[in-house]
Design a protein around this ligand. Structure first.
Ligand SMILES: [Zn+2]
Length: 320
């Protein structure tokens, strides 16, 4: 807000914060230097006019896109993890929940080394990310989701402990050997770093598809994951929480065992998902990152569609 006397205090504070972020980002890139592994499809350099990452704005609008900061009355299309698109950047529900989790769980700053595996979003998104962070994208076959690194998650061609945040959304189900992939993901994440992992959770327990299954880009699906993925991530050496919305946690904790979503989307086996979420240690694994109003504001409803694993690499003895 600008008054006739010039910017108000909040605006001036934001400008100082912008300056500090830009300075830290330049310093970080100078120390790290150009990425020697970057392939010919390397991203363009940081856009000097793009704003650095800042904490997400608070209330005051019915919706907020945590990816591009768009605020308005409603997202486009029905409430669904693959739909409810942001009119400005095209993010869908799971893109926004992933970025919400990133902001909730990671101390974000321009010095972070972030690799995103096969990002769904395109050039404008990637350019913005590479302005905010030391950011690279990867893909296995450089086809549908061409990145600037070619990585096989079962044998990642990167040094140990070289990444602060690995963002891996809707990729692991396309990798044949989950155990190898988890060991490799654990190896390349630096102490204190995070793997933010999303997979479609359509059922309670992990199993291969009963019939050959392909996603829209003709990539085969090897696994349909369930809640037992948490234990496998812990076996691989991660400290793992399963991030969800308050709506999902409440359903998992319902002593009556009811189903709050009687009209669930057919590809999700909601009764099985609810049974899995109420079994064993799963209720204790759940961590709420968005309360009801927050989930509604970022378009992360209905709750059974929104799960993300936050997997941390211990930063020495006694650290969280
Ligand atoms: Zn957006």
């Amino acid at each position: 807000m600008v008054s006739s006397d010039g910017p108000d205090l909040a605006t001036r504070a934001r400008r100082v914060a912008y300056g500090a972020y830009r300075w830290a980002g330049r310093l970080g890139r100078r120390i790290l230097g150009p990425d020697p592994a970057a392939g010919p499809a390397a991203l363009p350099g940081p856009d000097p006019d793009a704003p650095p990452w800042l904490p997400l704005p608070g209330g005051g609008s019915p919706t907020l896109c945590p990816v591009c900061r768009w605020r308005g009355d409603a997202f486009d299309g029905p409430a669904h993890v693959e739909l409810a698109l942001c009119p400005q950047c095209g993010s869908n529900g799971r893109d926004r929940f992933l970025h919400w989790c990133l902001a909730e769980r990671v101390a974000l700053g321009p010095e972070l080394r972030i690799i995103e595996c096969s990002p769904r979003m395109g050039a404008a998104y990637r350019a913005a990310m590479s302005t905010w962070f030391f950011y690279r994208t990867s893909d296995f076959d450089l086809r549908a989701h061409a990145g600037n690194l070619r990585l096989d998650l079962q044998a990642i061609d990167l040094p140990d402990a070289c990444v602060d945040v690995l963002v891996c959304a809707h990729v692991l189900e396309h990798v044949p050997d989950t155990g190898k992939a988890l060991a490799e993901l654990r190896r390349v994440v630096a102490p204190g770093g995070h793997l933010l992992l999303q997979v479609p959770v359509l059922q309670a327990a992990t199993a291969p598809p009963e019939t050959p299954e392909f996603h829209g880009d003709h990539t085969p699906v090897f696994w349909r994951f369930g809640f037992d993925l948490t234990a496998r991530l812990r076996e691989a050496g991660f400290r793992t929480d399963l991030l969800c919305t308050a709506e999902f946690a409440a359903a998992a904790a319902d002593p009556e065992g009811g189903n709050p979503w009687p009209m669930w989307a057919a590809e999700f086996d909601v009764p099985d998902i609810l049974a899995g979420a109420r079994a064993g240690d799963v209720p204790e694994d759940l961590v709420v990152v968005a309360d009801g109003p927050e989930a509604s504001r970022i378009g992360a409803e209905p709750g059974y569609m929104y799960l993300t694993w936050d997997c941390r690499v211990p930063n020495g003895e006694g650290s969280p």
